[in-house]
Design a protein around this ligand. Sequence first.
Ligand SMILES: [Zn+2]
Ligand SMILES: [Zn+2]
Length: 231
Amino acid sequence: MIFTKEMAHQQITELLEVQSGLHIEAESETQIELTGDIFINCKSKGFFLSENYPVQIVIPLNSNELPYVIDNENRIAKDYPHRYDNGKLCLETETSIRIRFLDSFSLVEWIREFVETYYFSYEFFQRYGEFPFGERGHGVQGIVETYQELFQEKDPIKVFALMKAICEHPYRGHSLCPCGSNQKLRLCHGPIVMKYYMDNRLNKIVQADYKNIYDYLVNCYEQLRYREKAK
Ligand SMILES: [Zn+2]
Ligand SMILES: [Zn+2]
């Protein structure tokens, strides 16, 4: 669970102090909805953005669902790949955001880290045709990219092998590293991936993502087989 009602209110108070263009629009037992303008003031890579964006922000209560932002006045171009058809902004992979929320990550920090960066990247892309901090793929591609960063490992096959091991065994530093290097885990990827074995909350996130990738691969294989048969 990410927010109880009490936690959400505390953090919204803090948020409205820095984002005074927002207000609580509606509230129920399951979510709090903020609307108004969010002010983005950011400078990076020689580009300065200082602009208000009308948004609707939804904070689910007593749920595992992450908070999200809706571009309710269509300020983001319809053909921009990181805006869903329903207006929801594609801020980052769920994995990246979820991991940040594990350790006292506030709504203010969430806005700064993900929402500001989103609008900054958007405006930068509109002007220069490229993304200032790179671009995250969608679906399974995005998940794999996220773990490539988290595990500091470029090879997606090694990433997948590490995820599998994290899901299936306890941490054993003296056993061989699942990446196939023939070195002991503690002398190879161990120091980086140890917390995903040890921290139950991180382990659960890896398990869900591993299952996603696994199901995707099984599905690809089934389709290949089907095509072979049809020949
Ligand atoms: Zn996206
Ligand atoms: Zn390794």
